[in-house]
Design a protein around this ligand. Structure first.
Ligand code: 5GP
Ligand code: MN
Length: 335
């Protein structure tokens, strides 16, 4: 880790124009780590563009939780920006390069890339890889970077980083919450960040259309071999006027079922692809199933995207999960 940070420090020296990217359908950690690092690098005198193919999710479009969100661009290669060129690309919260979606242009292939991430399935695709699956969030890794390099953390950077940490740990309830992480959160709050803002404006909020969709999806709930699952076809989304956006709340809710070891949601997208979201109860692991299906994630929260009709995708993922769970239960029983 410290070697990777030293390598990052050397790579950064003399590089002025920096592009920060995060994963498609971004969450609070993607946006928080990206904007947090933007503030930090700007304070170090760099010119920084932050881009995401899908922009900033509605709940994060608030200065109280993601200051600087208005500056996020969709396409970093628009002519006027391409004119500036980039000396360095940094990918945040992405376990593989395709996760960056269209924000990563092939024209960037010759530009050095730094990979900052905490997914256990990370493919180490950067020239420098600051990757630690034990970290709570990518935002925590950005904090470690700033701390190691002695960069001051202003109130805006502090807020963005706290937003990343709080959203990825669901307010210190899951994930790698250590005494050290609580110390980091304390420092960020002392630097001016608000914990209440993230809880109140992001974590526990969703629009009525999403709640409507939860209702329909929950009405179709099935339980098979301790897998609680549901599928969301386009027709269901249309009934609720629900727009496509990230909502991991339903999967988190479902995995709380005492009868289940894993929760699974399959969502049919407008382009016909199927997004797969999985959650595991304590003691179970869905990361390897996601990786085997071309996706990735964490032991207890992972996903992938499949180019199959909804029904076929459901059957494929269920079969893979059943096999993995049988193996995990068997391994647990061995002395
Ligand atoms: P969610 O269910 O909230 O969309 O995703 C849960 C976790 O799985 C997140 O850490 C997310 O980054 C990861 N994940 C979801 N879909 C994909 C995917 O298609 N590819 C990869 N590499 N990771 C994914
Ligand atoms: Mn994350």
């Amino acid at each position: 880790m410290s070697t990777a940070i030293d390598a990052f420090d050397s790579l950064l020296a003399g590089r002025q124009r920096i592009l920060l990217l995060s994963h498609v359908n971004p969450d609070g950690d993607a946006i928080g780590s990206q904007l947090g690092l933007k503030w930090l690098l700007e304070a170090q005198g760099r010119q920084v563009i932050a881009a995401n193919q899908d922009g900033v999710p509605v709940l994060l479009r608030a200065d109280q939780v993601a200051p600087g969100w208005q500056e996020m661009v969709h396409n970093p290669m628009k002519p006027k920006r391409r004119g500036n060129g980039y000396d360095l690309v940094i990918a945040l919260d992405c376990s593989d390069l395709p996760r960056l979606g269209k924000a990563y242009s092939p024209a960037l292939a010759a530009t050095p890339l730094v990979n900052i991430d905490h997914h256990i399935t990370n493919l180490h695709f950067g020239a420098v890889n600051i990757v630690d699956p034990a970290a709570s969030s990518t935002a925590e890794l950005v904090w470690r970077l700033a701390d190691a390099l002695g960069w001051p953390i202003g109130p805006q950077a502090a807020q963005c980083l706290l937003t990343g940490i709080v959203t990825d740990t669901r307010s210190f309830r899951v994930g790698h919450v250590t005494p050290g992480l609580l110390g980091v959160a304390q420092q960020l709050m002392e630097a001016g960040a608000s914990l209440a803002a993230v809880n109140e404006l992001v974590l526990e909020r969703r629009d009525v259309d999403t709640i409507c969709l939860w209702g329909h999806a929950l009405a179709e709930l099935r339980l098979e071999e301790r897998i609680i699952w549901t599928a969301i076809p386009q027709t269901m989304r249309a009934r609720c006027n629900s727009v496509e956006q990230s909502d991991s709340g339903l999967a988190n809710f479902m995995v709380g079922a005492v009868e289940a070891d894993v929760a699974l949601i399959l969502t049919e997208r407008a382009d016909g692809l199927v997004d797969v979201g999985m959650r595991a109860a304590p003691g179970f692991n869905v990361a390897q199933v996601a990786l085997a299906l071309g996706g990735g994630g964490h032991p207890r929260a992972a996903g992938c995207t499949l180019a199959l009709p909804l029904e076929a995708a459901s059957q494929q993922v269920l079969a893979a999960l059943k096999a993995a769970l049988a193996q995990q239960r068997h391994a647990e029983q061995r002395p």
